[in-house]
Design a protein around this ligand. Structure first.
Ligand code: SF4
Length: 249
């Protein structure tokens, strides 16, 4: 269909730019002044269409904080399950409500939608502005619903490094490990967005941006919260036409 997307195997949705966190390491910059989210119906339709042509192995919904709009997330994830995408993931800071009933309700919706991995951001950076109690409650409810939860920390330098951020992150992770949660290697923060300004002096080596794709070999189709993708918009054209029209130059 398009030689630049021959190896397409993943779909990602930035569901919203709204966020409950104000992380100093955020690669997306400030989250002030945003509202709204991607249209769940249009997004689900795009997933189904892409999967008719490509063997998609994984789909991720993230944000901002995607679970501010769980109905939208679940519409996308349900479409992914129906289309046969094997890995269906959410990355979340786990804080979208302080109401325990709403937290339980969202955990149930997530399980029903077929999500099979939650990557929960817990570390010194997130917990400067994201309260831990509702995050722990969410993790417990999701796990009780049978959805695997993996704690996914961001490190300033490394899991072993001796600095205030990485020490604090190790403390936070210890509590989750003791409750039986799996902790991933996480990632080293990279200098992009707010991190450039706030941590520019703290990180002396700049790791490669793990989220960059090669424009002439698109492996992940990344939808923005405003419906934008590959220079087009799913609100104006169908995704297959956008893919056909894509050119890296
Ligand atoms: S790092 Fe994640 S949780 Fe923190 S402000 Fe950015 S999008 Fe929100």
């Amino acid at each position: 269909m398009n030689i630049y997307l021959e190896n397409l195997e993943r779909i990602e949705f930035s569901v919203t730019m709204c966020c409950t966190g104000r992380c100093r390491h955020c690669s997306q910059g400030d989250h002030y002044g945003y509202s709204g989210h991607i249209d769940g119906e249009k997004a689900a339709e795009a997933v189904e269409m892409v999967c008719r042509y490509y063997d998609i192995k994984s789909l991720m919904t993230f944000g901002g904080e995607p679970l501010l709009f769980p109905e939208t997330v679940c519409a996308i994830q349900s479409a992914a399950e129906r289309a046969g995408i094997p890995r269906r993931e959410i990355i979340t800071n786990g804080f979208f409500s302080r109401d325990s009933r709403r937290i339980a309700e969202v955990a149930h919706m997530i399980a029903e939608s077929g999500v099979n991995r939650i990557m929960l951001s817990v570390d010194a950076f997130h917990q400067e502005t994201v309260p831990l109690a509702p995050v722990e409650l969410f993790a417990e409810w999701v796990r009780a619903e049978g959805v695997p939860v993996e704690i996914h920390p961001a490190w300033l330098r490394s899991p072993e490094a001796d600095n205030e951020y990485d020490r604090k992150t190790r403390e936070l992770l210890k509590a989750f490990r003791e409750k039986g949660y799996h902790v991933s290697e996480g990632n080293i923060i990279f200098l992009k967005g707010k991190a450039v300004e706030l941590l520019g002096g703290a990180a002396d080596e700049v790791p490669a941006d793990p989220y960059e794709d090669y424009p002439d070999d698109i492996r992940a189709l990344c939808f923005d919260a405003d419906g934008g993708v590959l220079g087009g918009s799913i609100y104006k054209n169908d995704i297959i036409d956008i893919i056909k029209a894509y050119s890296p130059v």
